[in-house]
Design a protein. Structure first.
Length: 515
């Protein structure tokens, strides 16, 4: 009995060692099938995986990074080349719910938005390394997914914010997480690894905002795997988004002033618009505007200073509602806060920042990429001069935390080669919104100059992420994936002007009052 017991023990030990060695020798990159937690609509199918890649591809035996991957299956898989969605941010997490218990694919309306694409080809959504859906996750503070979490975040003071980041960064060092490996080139190589393990010859790229920079880097580093690309809200690597924000903000407001002055209804309803905007922002900077925002976690008092009031107006433009800005300004001048309150609530629910004591940025991936690839390249003297000259249009630029965060975050500077334009000869459709101040149209024009097989389309009245705001933009995206020819005639109009008539009607329906 003793011998038998020893044999059993030895056999068990051998099996355990074999299993351990097999696990240790599992190839990287690899794709592990996972149970799906998403709830597709009736008739739709989804497959869920974890993509396992190396943190540092120069260290084959080094740490691994695990990324969520969801494949929204085509109704009839007639095309072998899927569309890979590249999220923005950096730090957006399309596969992680913004509220506890919610389905992120339903929150993002992914099933409806990709319905036309999925008639023929799969749509793949993958996590960004270092963001939600990734292990490790570089976020330094819990997201706003619960009421207690929102309250804790709002209570963070400026000194506490710095301490949180210092402790967070030190913890990554203690855990031997190399934050320098969480960069745009590393994210681009993650896409190539995914394509490799899926054994797909070609894919299509669909990027929005920072996802366009991610996509361009894939096109630079791995052009052979890309059939076509649609880039919406273009942020090319040769552009530094921190350098001249006051001028970008001024330009988009002057465009609005001009368009309103050229429209009889807007001109009559909103006289002296430019002066009123400047006066309201300056007054709010001296005497912040008190509001009570009705949010998901209850009413919350807030005071909008000039910077926060400017953020609300810019949010309206970003959302494709620029025609309502003149009405909101005129209403606020006479004491009617309702339009400003409506969009302030929308901004706070989406992004936060109005109720917090400062414009916090606890996303470690955001800090890593922006400090490494953006702030390191800023001409700080020229930036300071632009802020001084920008007047009220510089108020949002003054909210940037990168000057304070980057010395704390300690990441190496991106090499100059990464900031060169991408020149890949890949069929590319670039989309911009005329009122997009985050990634303005001239950035798309600059990217298009270096892409020999590209077309840049500006949607005159829209904001940031036009494919979700304009039916024509969504149609162009869907048709381009089917037939990626930049020279084809546009099947619909992109130059529709701001609808000031609709804005006036919306205000009339609200009736009088100052609620």
């Amino acid at each position: 009995m003793v011998l038998s017991g020893r044999r059993i023990a030895l056999a068990s030990l051998f099996l355990l060692m074999t299993a351990c060695c097999a696990f240790a020798a599992a190839p990287v990159p690899r794709l592990d099938r996972e149970r799906c937690v998403f709830r597709p609509p009736r008739g739709d199918k989804i497959e869920c995986y974890t993509l396992v890649v190396l943190e540092n591809r120069a260290r084959p035996k080094g740490p691994e990074v695990r990324l969520k991957v969801a494949i929204l299956k085509a109704k009839r898989p007639l095309a072998a080349d899927p569309v890979i969605y590249l999220a923005g941010g950096p730090g957006d997490a399309p596969l992680v719910a913004s509220a506890a218990g919610a389905d992120p694919l339903a929150e993002g309306d992914w099933w409806n938005d990709t319905a036309v694409i999925r008639r023929r080809r799969d749509v793949i959504i993958m996590s960004e390394r270092g963001a939600g859906g990734s292990n490790p996750n570089l976020d330094c503070f819990e997201p706003r997914t619960t009421e207690p979490a929102r309250a804790r975040r709002r209570a963070v003071t400026e000194p506490q914010e710095r301490d949180i980041l210092l402790r967070c960064r030190a913890d990554f060092d203690k855990r031997r997480i190399d934050v320098a490996m969480f960069s745009t080139p590393a994210l681009a190589d993650d896409v190539a690894d995914l394509v490799s393990v899926l054994q797909i010859p070609k894919v299509n790229l669909y990027g929005i905002s920072y996802g366009t920079r991610w996509g361009l880097e894939v096109m630079r580093r791995h052009p052979g795997i890309v059939r076509a690309a649609v880039l919406d809200g273009v942020y090319p690597p040769q552009i530094n988004g921190e350098q001249n924000e006051p001028e970008i903000v001024r330009t988009v407001f002057e465009q609005l002033y001009s368009e309103c002055a050229s429209d009889k209804l807007c001109r009559e309803r909103n006289p002296d618009l430019a002066n009123n905007v400047r006066l309201l922002l300056a007054d709010a900077d001296r005497n912040p505007l008190p509001l009570t925002l009705d949010l998901d976690d209850g009413p919350q008092p807030v005071k909008l200073d000039g910077a926060k009031l400017l953020l609300v107006m810019l949010h309206m433009m970003r959302q494709g509602e620029a025609e309502l800005v003149p009405e909101a300004v005129t209403a606020l001048k006479r004491g009617d806060i309702r339009l400003i309150k409506q969009f302030a609530e929308d901004l706070e629910e989406d992004d936060g920042g109005l109720l917090e004591t400062n414009a916090q940025q606890f996303g470690g991936l955001f800090n890593t990429i922006e400090c490494r690839e953006t702030w390191a390249g800023v001409d700080q003297g020229a930036r300071d001069a632009a802020i001084q000259a920008g007047g009220v249009y510089s108020l949002t630029a003054q909210l940037s935390k990168l000057p304070a965060f980057c010395p704390v975050w300690r990441v190496p500077v991106a090499p100059p080669a990464e900031r060169q334009p991408v020149t890949a000869a890949i069929p590319t459709l670039l989309l911009s919104g005329g009122y997009d101040w985050l990634t303005p149209p001239n950035w798309g024009r600059d990217a298009a100059k270096h892409l020999p097989d590209s077309r840049h389309v500006i949607f005159r009245a829209q904001g940031h992420g036009v494919s979700s705001q304009d039916q024509c933009a969504a149609r162009l995206r869907d048709e381009f994936f089917d037939s990626p020819d930049p020279r084809w005639p546009l099947p619909c109009r992109a130059d529709t002007p701001l609808d000031f008539q609709s804005a006036a009607e919306q205000v009339r329906k609200m009736g009088g009052g100052k609620k």
